[in-house]
Design a protein around this ligand. Structure first.
Ligand code: ADP
Ligand code: ASP
Ligand code: MG
Length: 440
């Protein structure tokens, strides 16, 4: 069985939902994972933020505006009076729940429950649409099988067992529809897999059922060789290895949630990235194979903090790095890049929630300098560090101020740290040097 995930744009209009219906209705049994309609999760984040700061009027105004938008979509999607009525009732219940949230005292759980409403509504609406079109579909609640543990990792055995149960209970269905993004946490409360998490839902399900393939359908024709939001003339990449795709996803290629590749890599389940609006475009195929060497793509990750740890007696004092790493471990903060010299070590983190405590521990034996608003620019390709074309990368040094370089940590990745204000310029320059697509 295949798992097909459709993102926000793919379920964001009646026209696109019709495209999705045509793509999935091919006579093969499958699991379809859906995101919220595009823009909905952002609106729900705003609503939650307004409730948090007791801006109740604004929250209620936004809830009503969003509800009206959904009524228009339902009327355009569902001409069948019974299904139209049923769906409007379900959606009205979700919006009543949001209104109730404005009177409750705010908590992380309330926020998670607010954010969950988008996927609950999109899957209900789309399942009604399939019923109207006479397709044998069944709606599965992701909250019946998707769960994370106390470290926010998927509880794999639980997911596998529970998913098997819900699938066998609905055995006669041809198409299973379920929500991406949402899950239960270790205490059984509603939680989520972080923004963009529907991709991750799809590969977790793919691994749990040992799927033949996972397809991620979105609004672009596959993984491009640079960020199309900031660089003109980017091109889709037809083949990527799991390693390359995992690096690109982790280092900011927004088309994939950072963890998407992890669940499927072990079993070698292929992942295909496809465009809902252009289904015949080849897209990107992600497998265990390495096709050609050299630089394939560039991605960027923002909100990075660089920490320089300076100590007079660093490298001579063995055990110094161990001491440093133990502090990061204590505060459950992972390190992305690291460079060392005789007197200092610089490293980067993307989660600065415990920065203050980390710095006060480090200051007990070193001097600390912090740079915020940094971006990691990551160049990815199989054996990139050995490739003859890679030397062109260093031309960038004359144009952009690079704070750190990581070269050789893996053969597939070279990372540069720049001020975020220089990110777009760096991506564009690199595109010119490395792919020779843009004349700067
Ligand atoms: P979905 O809602 O379908 O999950 P996303 O917005 O999360 O879609 O991801 C698709 C978007 O990712 C594209 O529209 C594109 O702007 C952006 N993107 C960023 N980097 C890349 C890249 N390297 N290749 C393709 N798309 C990228
Ligand atoms: N709806 C969620 C988000 O916008 C999850 C997803 O789209 O993948 O982050
Ligand atoms: Mg996404």
């Amino acid at each position: 069985m295949k798992v097909l995930k459709f993102g926000g744009t793919s379920v964001g209009s009646v026209e696109n939902m019709t495209n999705v219906k045509n793509i999935i209705n091919d006579g093969n049994k499958k699991i379809v994972v859906l995101s919220a309609m595009s823009g909905t999760t952002n609106s729900l984040v705003d609503i939650a933020n307004n409730i948090k700061v007791s801006n109740t009027d604004k929250a209620l105004q936004d809830i009503n505006a969003l509800h009206e938008k959904y009524i228009l979509v339902i009327d355009a999607l569902l001409s069948d009076a019974t299904l139209n009525g049923l769906t409007k009732t379900y959606v009205a219940e979700r919006f009543n729940f949001l209104i109730e949230c404005t009177y409750k005292s705010f908590s992380q759980l309330i926020e998670n429950e607010i954010l969950a409403q988008g996927e609950l509504m999109s899957t209900f609406m789309f399942n009604s649409f399939l019923q109207q079109e006479g397709i044998n579909s069944c709606l599965l609640s992701a909250l019946d099988f998707m769960k994370i543990d106390a470290h926010k990792e998927p509880s794999f055995n639980y997911i596998q067992n529970n998913l098997q149960t819900v699938l066998s209970e609905a055995d006669t269905a041809e198409i299973y529809i379920t929500q991406g993004f949402i899950c239960l946490d270790d205490t059984g409360e509603v939680s989520n897999l972080q923004r963009g998490g529907s991709d991750y839902t799809a590969t977790i399900i793919g691994a749990a059922i040992k799927a033949e393939e996972v397809q991620i359908w979105t609004d672009i024709d596959g993984m491009h060789n640079n960020d199309p939001r900031f660089v003109e003339g980017t091109k889709p990449i037809s083949d990527l290895s799991f390693d390359e795709a995992a690096e690109l996803a982790y280092f900011g290629a927004k088309i994939l949630h950072p963890q998407t590749i992890l669940p499927v890599r072990k079993d070698g389940i292929p992942v295909r990235l496809k465009n809902t609006m252009d289904p015949i475009a080849k897209g990107t195929s992600i497998t265990g194979n390495h096709v050609e060497t050299g630089i394939k793509a560039i991605a960027a990750k923002d909100n990075i903090t660089a920490i320089k740890i300076k100590s007079g007696r660093m490298l001579q004092a063995h055990g110094f790095l161990k001491k440093v790493f133990e502090i990061f471990e204590t505060y459950e903060t992972s390190i992305d890049m690291i460079t060392t010299s005789e007197v200092a070590v610089s490293l980067t983190i993307d989660d600065d929630r415990n920065l203050e405590q980390i710095v006060s521990e480090l200051e007990k034996f070193s001097n600390i300098e912090i740079d915020t608003n940094q971006s990691i620019i990551c160049l990815v390709g199989h054996a990139i560090v050995d490739h003859e074309g890679t030397h062109k990368l260093f031309k960038i040094l004359k144009d952009v101020n690079i704070r750190m370089i990581s070269y050789g940590g893996s053969r597939n990745n070279i990372s540069l740290l720049v001020d975020t204000e220089n990110k777009i310029k760096t991506l564009q320059k690199l595109n010119g040097y490395l792919f020779e697509l843009v004349t700067l």
